[in-house]
Structure formats: structure tokens, C-alpha cells
Ligand binder design. Structure first.
Ligand code: CTP
Length: 400
């Protein structure tokens, strides 16, 4: 992941400009240096003083104020800058940028850039849907510009539809992986994450210990690599990462149904089973609540749950299958047995009690004939490595 240390934020004239203030604060909190340029229209919505106070730098408003080292602002603001973000990006600035028009500071800044540019559009839905805007967006994307949003939703003008700017925290979620090479562009990734929950009655149940964090990080890493991602989650309170389709499930059977339906309807290039699926379910679960009667213990009967990874492993229409193995001992042996019995291309093994509740993971990548350790590393770093290996396996399979 390429780290972002300095950002130039170009603010154009839309009501969503006020959200850019919150965005600057979030950037600053992560240690990113921010310089702001504004169009004249943007200053009608937010005063430059606000951005000056938030960034501790003067705000550039015209091309004519002298910049650093004798250069003009549209040149100076592009120097030593890792990313140019246009937020909010109006239909007007997209039209100018798509056509190379440079008739004010912000459009000149975009034309004179050397670093990647991210547009975060915000406009009325009819402006967004207009073929002219769609043409401009397609042109900018073809030229390598990055886009985040817009989404459908309530708009300041009272309309409801596509054109609403995505939230600053969603842009923050995208930022770390924005410059990641798009090794999975045009690919589909389906993954399971979190625990499952098998009811005993309406208030009790059995589950596995799993926060879902490693799975959610893998979903993010797949998204950052350019994949279309469906995340099938068990019960977890983790927020859905931006740009990922999430399907919530409770039991192992629900989870298998969601996986099968997703694979049948949309297909997938890569399946990753990260979920800690409960191995058994209670066959005599009760409606309501089993009352505690002193001296009497409920007699629970169990049945084995379906194995989701093995079920997908047997499908020939999913090219790459990856699973996990959380073990207490004998990691390599058990992981290899799982790799073979579940027809997986790769098993990511870890010692269960070390990974649970930790920000880090220490893993062993096990294939039918190899084992390689990785870590300890932050869960997002492990996630990026898993996606790197998944893309490699996919490419190898396709070229043979
Ligand atoms: N898995 C699954 N469905 C199950 C059980 C496990 O899809 N019913 C998947 C997990 O998502 C993981 C892999 O299989 O990718 C291994 O899970 P794990 O719980 O470590 O192994 P089990 O097969 O349940 O075997 P054991 O509990 O005996 O270790």
C-alpha cells in the first residue's frame, strides 16, 4: 500500500462543501498534511478561514497569489503532493477536467497535476444522470481519474436519487487502498466472515468466538484491488466497508444459502471462507424460552452443520477457493488436511487464541505441497497478502 502523507483538497461550489471541513479534520487526525484550494463558488458555502484554521495553511483562492518558491499556486499545490482530491466535485468541474479546460485555480490545478486525482462528486440527480456528465465521468475514468461515489439518497434540493456525495468517513475508508494496484479489476470475490449463531431457544444459542475483523479487512483489500465484493457476514456489529455488498446471516445454513444463491446468480472468481462457522446445530431448539427448573438440565440434541467451504470447494465454476484453519496445535498438519479435504487452493492457518481479539495475526499459508509463515502483522496487512496470493493463484490457473 502506497502511503499518503500530503493531500491537496480542491473544494468546488456545492452545499456538500461543508462536509469537506469534517473530511479535513479526519485527514489531519491520521497525520496527513492538507492544503486547500477553493473555487469562488465554494466560498459562498464555506469561508476560507474555516479551512485555514483546520489545516494551519493559507487557502489558495486564485491563480494570481504567489505560491511557494516563486511558483503559482496551481503548480505549487501539486508539488510534493501524493493525492489531489476534488470534494465536492460539481458537474461543472467534471466537465472542465474532462475537457482540459483551465480557466480558474482549481481547474488549472487539476490540469497541472502529476499525482493521482480522486473526484468525490455531489450534484442534483438530474445533473448526474445527464448524458453529458456521464460522458465526462467516463472520459475522466479512461484518463485514469479515480472516483468515490456518488450514491443514491436524499439531496439538499429535496430530490432523492443518485448524486448524493458519499460521507467523509467513507472516503477515509477508501483512502489507504486507493493507490493499490488493481490486480483484481473486473473480478468477483465472495467471502464469508464473522461467527454463526445456532439457536437453542429464542434467547439462547451456541456460537464461535470471532469478531469478523480479519474477514472484513480481506473484503476491503479485495475492493481496493478493484474486485466486485460480496461479503456474507454472520452476526457482527462491524460497519460495512464502503463499496461492498453485504448480506447478513445468522446460522450456518443461512450462510450456506446466501453463498449458494450469490454464486448461482452472479458467479465468482474467488471464494474466501473466513467465517468461524459453528460445526453443530441444535435439532431440538425450542420456540420461546426454556425455563430453568432447579435440578433439571435441558437435553440438547445436535446435528452437524453443512461445510460451506467444502461445498464451494466442490464447485468447478469458482476458480480459486481459500479457507482458514484456526487450530490450537499441529497447525501445519491440520491446515493441510483441511486444504485437501475441502478442495481449497490455499488455507490460511493460525493459532486460534493468538488471533482472537487481537489487531494482529500471525499466519501460515498452507497449500497442498508448501507452507510459508507470514507475520505477526496487522490484520489489514495480512488481508492484503491474502489478496495478493489469491490474484496470483487466479492468474496462474488461467495461464495454464
Ligand atoms: N468452514 C465452513 N463451514 C463449516 C466449518 C468450517 O465453511 N461448517 C470453513 C471455515 O470458514 C474455514 C475452514 O472451513 O475456512 C476451516 O474451519 P475450522 O473451523 O478451522 O475447521 P473445521 O472444518 O470446522 O474443523 P475443526 O473444527 O475440526 O478444526
Amino acid at each position: 500500500m502506497q502511503s499518503i502523507r500530503r493531500v491537496t483538497l480542491a473544494v468546488t461550489g456545492g452545499i456538500a462543501a461543508y462536509k469537506s471541513c469534517e473530511f479535513v479534520r479526519a485527514l489531519k487526525k491520521t497525520g496527513i498534511d492538507v492544503h486547500v484550494a477553493m473555487t469562488e463558488h465554494a466560498t459562498a458555502f464555506v469561508g476560507p478561514i474555516t479551512f485555514e484554521a483546520l489545516t494551519a495553511h493559507p487557502v489558495a483562492l486564485t491563480e494570481w497569489t504567489p505560491g511557494g518558491q516563486g511558483t503559482m499556486p496551481h503548480i505549487a499545490l501539486n508539488q510534493d503532493c501524493d493525492l489531489l482530491i476534488v470534494m465536492p466535485a460539481t458537474a461543472n468541474i467534471l466537465a472542465k477536467a474532462a475537457n482540459g479546460i483551465a480557466d480558474d485555480l482549481v481547474s488549472s490545478l487539476i490540469l497541472a497535476r502529476r499525482q493521482p486525482v480522486l473526484f468525490v462528486p455531489a450534484m442534483n440527480r438530474f445533473m448526474w444522470d445527464n448524458p453529458a456528465t456521464q460522458r465526462n465521468v467516463a472520459r475522466l475514468k479512461a484518463d485514469g481519474a479515480l472516483f468515490a461515489g456518488p450514491v443514491c439518497g436524499y439531496q439538499a434540493c429535496g430530490d432523492n436519487g443518485a448524486g448524493r456525495m458519499i460521507e467523509p468517513d467513507e472516503v477515509m475508508d477508501l483512502l489507504p487502498g486507493l493507490l493499490t494496484p488493481k490486480s483484481l479489476a473486473g473480478r468477483r470475490v465472495v467471502l464469508t466472515a464473522g461467527p454463526t449463531f445456532e439457536p437453542i431457544d429464542d434467547v439462547r444459542g451456541i456460537t464461535n468466538r470471532s469478531s469478523g475483523r480479519q474477514g472484513f479487512e480481506i473484503a476491503r483489500a479485495a475492493r481496493d484491488a478493484g474486485a466486485d465484493v460480496t461479503l456474507i457476514a454472520g452476526p457482527t456489529t462491524l460497519p460495512t466497508p464502503y463499496g461492498i455488498k453485504r448480506i447478513n446471516t445468522v446460522t450456518a445454513r443461512d450462510m450456506l444459502k446466501a453463498v449458494t444463491q450469490t454464486l448461482d446468480s452472479k458467479g465468482a472468481d474467488i471464494f474466501i471462507g473466513v467465517a468461524a462457522v459453528a460445526d453443530w446445530r441444535v435439532t431440538n431448539a425450542k420456540e420461546g424460552k426454556i425455563k430453568k427448573i432447579d435440578g433439571c438440565l435441558p437435553e440438547l440434541q445436535f446435528e452437524e452443520n453443512p461445510d460451506i467451504l467444502r461445498t464451494v470447494g466442490e464447485r468447478s465454476d469458482v476458480a480459486v477457493k481459500i479457507g482458514f484453519a484456526a487450530e490450537a496445535t499441529n497447525l501445519e498438519n491440520y491446515a493441510r488436511v483441511k486444504c485437501n479435504s475441502k478442495h481449497a487452493d490455499l488455507i490460511v492457518g493460525n493459532i486460534a487464541h493468538q488471533a482472537l481479539g487481537s489487531d494482529q495475526n500471525d499466519v501460515l499459508f498452507v497449500t497442498p505441497n508448501n507452507a510459508e509463515s507470514f507475520g505477526p502483522a496487522e490484520k489489514h496487512v495480512v488481508a492484503e497478502e491474502i489478496i495478493r496470493r489469491a490474484a496470483l493463484i487466479l492468474n496462474t490457473k488461467e495461464t495454464h
